[in-house]
Ligand binder design. Structure first.
Ligand code: MN
Length: 230
């Protein structure tokens, strides 16, 4: 049910975006976190789609200005529909005229884990989720906080994405993290290169020799578990 909205907005015949298997029971989500991904999306307006794996889907927020390492910069994060886990691998072109038409670049990815004693799903529903990111570009503590007002559209509430004060924070850095690190963590390519080469993007997403991000995360989790036992 969680992906109904996602599927309703898209036509599988017309966009290369993944639709998910429809079965979230095999998802690797645990109460201790999961994968996170940030997709830079050059649509009608450029924005950054921030996604956290939770309850078998990617919970998603559209962040117009992108993340900032400055704890003083509270970035608007508009809550949007859940996306399938497979979406975390997607980089490429959504055809013009389709929902979200434009170019998608995998800007960052890695794992997240909740902070504090509260169950992360309960914290999310309460509208105040604190977590740590272990990505290629983003690290340390972060918070997603829902803004007040109960009359906002269901599923499109305004939240704030805020960097916590810690060693990974850079006060006064404004937009430096997005401006200085614009390219894809998956392919190393710039937005313009992805936009100019739809065929290659499409094929590389489907190459079997290219292990999916989900497999990489599973391998990482297994390694972590083994290390804990030792
Ligand atoms: Mn988007």
């Amino acid at each position: 049910m969680a992906l109904e909205q996602y599927r309703h907005k898209r036509d599988p015949e017309r966009t290369p975006e993944p639709f998910g298997s429809g079965d979230s029971s095999t998802a690797v989500f645990s109460r201790s976190g999961g994968m996170f991904v940030i997709q830079k999306h050059a649509a009608t307006r450029l924005h950054y789609d921030f996604r956290l794996e939770m309850e078998g889907v990617l919970r998603s927020w559209a962040v117009p200005k992108g993340p900032s390492l400055d704890p003083g910069e509270k970035r608007l994060a508009v809550h949007v529909e859940d996306h399938p886990i497979d979406y975390g691998d997607f980089e490429g072109i959504i055809p013009k005229g389709q929902y979200g038409g434009g170019t998608v670049l995998l800007w960052d990815r890695g794992t997240w884990e909740p902070e504090g004693d509260m169950d992360p799903v309960a914290a999310y529903r309460k509208g105040h989720l604190k977590f740590r990111l272990d990505g290629e570009k983003l690290h340390g503590g972060w918070a997603l906080v829902r803004m007040g007002g109960r009359n906002q559209d269901e599923g499109h509430e305004n939240w704030l994405l805020i960097k916590e004060k810690d060693d990974a924070a850079v006060p006064g850095s404004a937009d430096a993290v997005v401006e200085e690190n614009p390219d894809s963590v998956a392919s190393g390519r710039a937005m313009a290169e992805i936009a100019a080469d739809p065929e290659r993007v499409w094929q590389s997403n489907h190459a079997e020799k290219n292990p999916s991000f989900k497999d990489k995360i599973a391998a990482k989790a297994a390694k972590k578990a083994t290390a804990k036992k030792a």
